[in-house]
Ligand binder design. Structure first.
Ligand SMILES: Cc1ncc(COP(=O)(O)O)c(C=O)c1O
Length: 376
C-alpha cells in the first residue's frame, strides 16, 4: 500500500491534515493515508475529464454494484432494487430515525460507539438509551432485552463496531433479531466498516440472518473501506416489503443529496476494487501486528484487544495515570493526535482511539513519541 511522504500527505486538505499544526502526527479521525485504489482514481479522473459533474443518478448502478460486492464478499444476495442512495451513513441513519421514531420516542445504542450515535437520535427528536457492550465488547443481550421491553423505536447496531473493532457473530445477531421481533424494535444496522473485516474474522451482514429483513434496515458505504468519505455516497438496503415501505417514505428531495462523484467512486470500488481491498487487508493486518509489537515493547502500560475489523485501535491507557484524558498528554507532550475515549461514551474514560491506516514509519514514529512521554 503506497503512502506518500509526510510533506505530501500534509498537502491534503481534509480534516485529518487541517486540524493540527505540522508538528503533530494526526492519528485521530478515520481517514486512511493510503493512495486511492487505481480503478477509483481512474473513474474519478474520467468523470472530471468528461465534465461529468452534474447531479447523481445512482440507481440502478449503485444497487447492482453493491449487490455484486455483497455476494462475492459475504454471500449476501441482495436485490439491487432494494438499494436507495443517500448522502452518507449519517444522513441515512438520521432520515430513517425521523421516519421510525415518534416524537419523544427512544433509540438504543451500545457504547463505546462512534460518537455521532449519541447525536443522531436527538437530531431526529429522539432520546438516547445506552446499553453498553460487555467488558469483552460483546452485545449485552440480557441488558438489551430489558431495554427492548420498554419498547424503544430503534436499536442502532454498529457492525463491525467502531471503536473496539468487534465483528458481532451470527449467533449474537440472531439473538438480537429475535429480541427485536419479540418487542417490535426496528434495527438500523450501520455496516460502514464491513469491507474492513480483517483476516481471522468473518462478517455477517445483518440482513442475512433469518427474519432480519422484517425488522432491520442496513446502511452500507464504501467510504471507510476505500477512503471516500469526502465524496458523499452511502446505500440504504432493505430485505422486506415492510421495510421497503419505510424507505419509500423518505422525503423525495433526499435523492438529490448524494454526491455524483461519490456514486461514481463507489460503483468503481464495488465493481473493480477487490484486488486493492485484498492488499489493504494484508497491509492493515501487518500494521495491526506491528502496533501490537510496538505497544508491547514501548508502551507496556497500555493494554488493548487487537481489533477484528477496522483500522482503529482502542487503547486502554488507564494504567498511565493521566486521569481520564490521556489524549491530552499525547497531544501536548508527544505531538500525536488521537481520539479521546470519552467521545465514545462514559466507559471510554482513560482510553484513546488510534488510527493505524498509515505507513510502518509513521506508526513507528507515533509510538516512539508516545513512549517518550510515559513511564515504562
Ligand atoms: C460506524 C460509523 N458510521 C458512520 C461513519 C460516518 O460515515 P459517513 O461519513 O458516511 O456519514 C463512520 C465514520 O468513521 C463510522 O465509523
Amino acid at each position: 500500500m503506497h503512502v506518500d511522504p509526510l510533506e505530501t500527505l500534509r498537502r491534503r486538505r481534509s480534516v485529518k491534515w487541517r486540524t493540527y499544526p505540522a508538528d503533530v502526527l494526526p492519528l485521530f479521525v478515520a481517514e486512511m493515508d493510503y493512495a486511492l485504489a487505481p480503478p477509483i482514481a481512474a473513474a474519478l479522473r474520467a468523470a472530471v475529464d468528461a465534465s461529468d459533474t452534474g447531479y447523481s443518478a445512482a440507481q440502478p448502478d449503485l444497487g447492482i454494484a453493491l449487490s455484486g460486492f455483497a455476494a462475492r464478499h459475504w454471500d449476501w444476495e441482495l436485490d439491487p432494487a432494494s438499494v436507495t442512495a443517500v448522502t452518507d451513513v449519517g444522513v441515512g441513519v438520521v432520515e430513517l430515525l425521523r421516519l421510525l421514531v415518534r416524537p419523544a420516542g427512544s433509540v438504543v445504542i451500545s457504547p463505546p460507539v462512534y460518537p455521532p450515535f449519541f447525536d443522531w437520535p436527538p437530531e431526529a427528536q429522539a432520546q438516547v438509551r445506552e446499553v453498553p457492550l460487555t467488558a469483552e465488547f460483546h452485545l449485552d443481550l440480557p441488558a438489551l432485552e430489558q431495554a427492548f421491553a420498554a419498547h424503544p423505536a430503534v436499536y442502532i447496531l454498529c457492525n463491525p463496531q467502531n471503536p473496539v473493532g468487534r465483528v458481532h457473530t451470527r449467533d449474537e445477531l440472531t439473538a438480537l433479531v429475535r429480541l427485536a421481533r419479540l418487542y417490535g424494535v426496528t434495527i438500523v444496522s450501520d455496516e460502514i466498516h464491513a469491507p474492513l473485516v480483517l483476516p481471522g474474522a468473518e462478517f455477517t451482514p445483518l440482513l442475512t440472518v433469518p427474519g432480519a429483513g422484517q425488522v432491520a434496515i442496513t446502511v452500507a458505504s464504501a467510504s471507510k473501506g476505500f477512503n471516500l468519505a469526502g465524496l458523499k455516497c452511502a446505500a440504504i438496503v432493505t430485505g422486506s416489503p415492510a421495510m421497503a415501505a419505510v424507505v419509500d417514505r423518505l422525503p423525495p428531495d433526499v435523492r438529490w443529496r448524494t454526491g455524483h462523484l461519490g456514486v461514481i467512486a463507489t460503483v468503481a470500488a464495488y465493481t473493480e476494487g477487490d484486488d486493492w481491498l485484498a492488499s489493504l487487508h494484508t497491509a492493515l493486518d501487518a500494521r495491526r501486528t506491528q502496533l501490537g509489537e510496538l505497544l508491547r515493547t514501548r508502551l507496556p502500560t497500555i493494554s488493548w484487544r487487537p481489533p477484528e475489523a477496522t483500522f482503529l485501535a482502542w487503547l486502554d491507557c488507564r494504567a498511565l495515570g493521566a486521569d481520564d484524558e490521556p489524549q491530552q498528554l499525547f497531544l501536548t507532550s508527544a505531538k500525536v493526535a488521537l481520539e479521546p475515549g470519552t467521545r465514545f461514551g462514559a466507559a471510554g474514560a482513560g482510553y484513546v482511539r488510534l488510527n493505524y491506516a498509515t505507513s510502518p514509519d509513521i506508526l513507528d514514529e507515533a509510538t516512539a513519541r508516545m513512549a517518550s512521554t510515559t513511564p515504562r
